[in-house]
Design a binder for this molecule. Structure first.
Ligand code: ADP
Ligand code: MG
Ligand code: ZN
Length: 597
């Protein structure tokens, strides 16, 4: 502020003094030819001239004024003027005072110099306001500002166990130092997005009651080269003053990608930042009490140098939660809302395979919103059910108008999925079937896995393929091949991918055997990975295609057989769907037993 004021003040002073020194005479602004002037001299019309170099300011006897300019040095002019008795006035040559003229001639240089100093200072020491490039963007939380502890992180007990040791160390580093124990300098948390890595890092600080610096990898990367590195330096030097403490670098893959795999300047900046992180981590002593935690969901792209001993040598895996984990996370988050008595987190957990902690937190929130929308004061299981469907499938599009024909076709289609799904071996139970359009789908059949699968066997995969074709087949059987809608395009895509993976990756083909027919995904420049290529000869590629077709044909025909021999159930389920729009597993059970509902 003060700096700015002084700058403006100086600028104004300089301009004012310049204008004062050039004492312009505005009255002589009317311009006349030199020859006209001479003829007027001869006609005795002129009273006075002011000679100012080549400028001649003329005052006529009638007091009008003008200027004229000498075209060449006219040696006779003075004589003529004297002869005509015209008053001749000279002008004192203009001389700026020395100080001012120096400032003016050096002004641009000085300005540049000042700006240069200013920027250098900003970059080196950081500052406030818009120009704080070099300053660490790290957010800083004092030990008593962290309200999160281990009880807020649920469903990743192994990860929690692993980091407990750090908490003990941060609480009493002396004890560890005495024994000579080595505490890792850097911990890398690896896990899919939303599994609670950021949360866990904060909880460590909260448990140990130590200061917590946090910065995201992308904060390092800025337009100006060198800024990232200076931010790293800044953050580490700040943290050392407050040890024991935690530095948390979120999304480290933004700066920590393998070096030398990019084009252009932005990459240089990243490399410099990464180098600086490595230098800082090597530079501090294990027992200084600074623990660096980094998080990423792309460990595969990280520079190997980061993972060397003495850097991020300890890795903690934070996986997607399993059923038990999801139940626990739901318990943590549902504490924040008012619940109906029948709340059962296990049921919700069972229906949300693949949900991350962040998804579950969102689910609780959506459920609360549904409760509000229905004017309820407590959140019910029904709200959770709706929230779950919304998150998984997009919102219901009740307003979308389906013609009666479309509705019937959709009902047959979904019923086809459901019936085949019920009758093939090892298939997940069917949870409900609906013909209310959702997102881009016209209808949905929900399956309900009883457990989380780490691996799936061949029989189950084949059953899935059959079920996927159930929808299209039902339409085909009822309306004939020519009238099948395009609604099955996604089913076909999923089924084909399953069959392809069975053949090329999972080794389920008898002819091809358990070989991998895929090239590993390669990290190419610009961080873009190119499509996987088949890693085989042409003749093998042909066999692969045949085998995929074989799996698909088999299961397609099986589904067809199932539907044809249960066509009465297909009709009754279609009727039920048109009547109720959504039917649940009990209703499906009844229909499968050929009971009326
Ligand atoms: P990540 O850093 O792994 O992408 P976050 O830690 O940012 O995920 O998680 C986002 C939010 O999701 C958290 O603030 C929390 O509300 C919720 N969450 C995620 N994982 C968990 C968990 N294991 N326990 C409780 N809440 C979780
Ligand atoms: Mg995160
Ligand atoms: Zn379908």
């Amino acid at each position: 502020m003060v700096k700015n004021f002084i700058l403006w003040f100086i600028l104004i002073m300089i301009t004012m003094s310049i204008f004062q020194n050039f004492n312009f005479t505005h009255s002589h602004n009317y311009q006349v030819n030199y020859s006209t002037f001479l003829s007027e001299v001869n006609q005795n019309k002129i009273r006075e001239v002011i000679l100012d170099g080549h400028n001649i300011r003329v005052t006529k006897k009638n007091n009008s004024k003008y200027v004229t300019f000498l075209p060449i040095n006219d040696p006779n002019l003075l004589k003529t003027l004297l002869k005509k008795n015209i008053e001749i006035i000279g002008i004192k040559p203009y001389q700026m005072n020395f100080f001012l003229s120096t400032i003016i001639s050096w002004f641009p240089m000085i300005l540049l110099f000042l700006m240069w100093i200013f920027f250098i200072k900003q970059i080196q020491m950081g500052g406030k306001g818009a120009f704080s490039f070099g300053k660490s963007k790290a957010k800083f939380l004092k030990e008593n500002e962290i309200k999160i502890n281990f009880s807020d992180v649920a469903g990743c007990n192994e990860a929690k166990e692993e980091v407990k040791e750090l908490v003990d160390y941060l609480i009493s580093p002396k004890k560890f130092q005495k024994i000579g124990g080595k505490i890792p300098k850097g911990i890398l948390m690896i896990g899919p997005p939303g599994t609670g890595k950021t949360l866990l890092a904060k909880a460590i600080a909260g448990e140990a009651k130590v200061p917590y610096f946090t910065i995201s990898g992308s904060d390092f990367v800025e337009m100006f080269v060198g800024v990232g590195a200076s931010r790293v330096r800044d953050m580490f030097s700040n943290s050392r003053k407050l040890a024991p403490c935690i530095i948390f670098i979120d999304e480290i893959d933004a700066v920590g990608r393998k070096r030398g795999t990019g084009l252009g300047g932005g990459n240089d900046e990243r490399e410099q930042t990464l180098n600086q992180i490595l230098v800082e981590m090597d530079g501090f002593d294990r027992n200084q009490g600074v623990i660096v935690i980094a998080a990423t969901n792309r460990p595969d792209v990280l520079d190997p140098a980061l993972l060397r001993p003495g850097r991020f040598d300890r890795q903690v895996f934070v996986p997607l939660p399993d059923i038990k984990g999801r139940e626990e996370i739901l318990k943590v988050h549902s504490k924040k809302v008012l619940l109906e008595k029948d709340f059962n987190p296990l049921i919700i957990a069972r229906g949300t395979p693949g949900f991350s902690g962040a998804d579950l937190s969102n689910l609780v929130n959506e459920a609360a919103l549904f409760a509000v929308r229905h004017n309820r004061s407590l959140v019910t299981m029904e709200d959770f059910e709706q929230a779950k469907d919304k998150i998984m499938m997009g919102s219901e599009r009740k307003s979308m108008i389906m013609t009666e024909i479309q509705k019937e076709a959709t009902a047959y289609h979904e019923a086809g999925h459901a019936i085949v799904g019920r009758l093939v071996p090892e298939h997940d139970p069917i949870h409900k079937v609906t013909i209310i359009p959702r997102g881009r789908a016209l209808g949905v059949t929900f399956f309900f896995p009883t457990e989380d699968y780490l691996s799936i066997n061949k029989q189950k995969l084949e059953s899935q393929i059959s079920t996927l074709y159930g929808g299209r087949l039902a339409e085909e059987i009822i309306y004939g091949k020519e009238y099948v809608s395009t609604g099955a395009s996604n089913d076909i895509k999923v089924a084909t991918n399953l069959a392809r993976n069975m053949v090329t990756q999972w080794g389920f083909s008898k002819k091809l055997g358990p070989l991998l027919y895929l090239k590993e995904e390669e990290e190419m420049f610009l961080g873009k990975s190119f499509q996987k290529n088949l890693n085989c000869s042409n003749s093998t590629a042909k066999i692969i295609d045949q085998e995929i077709k074989f799996f698909i044909d088999n299961n397609y025909n099986r589904a067809k057989k199932i539907l044809k021999s249960n066509i009465d159930i297909l009709h009754s389920m279609k009727n039920a769907l048109i009547k109720y729009e959504t039917i649940n597993s009990d209703q499906i059970d009844a229909l499968m037993k050929r009971k009326k509902i």
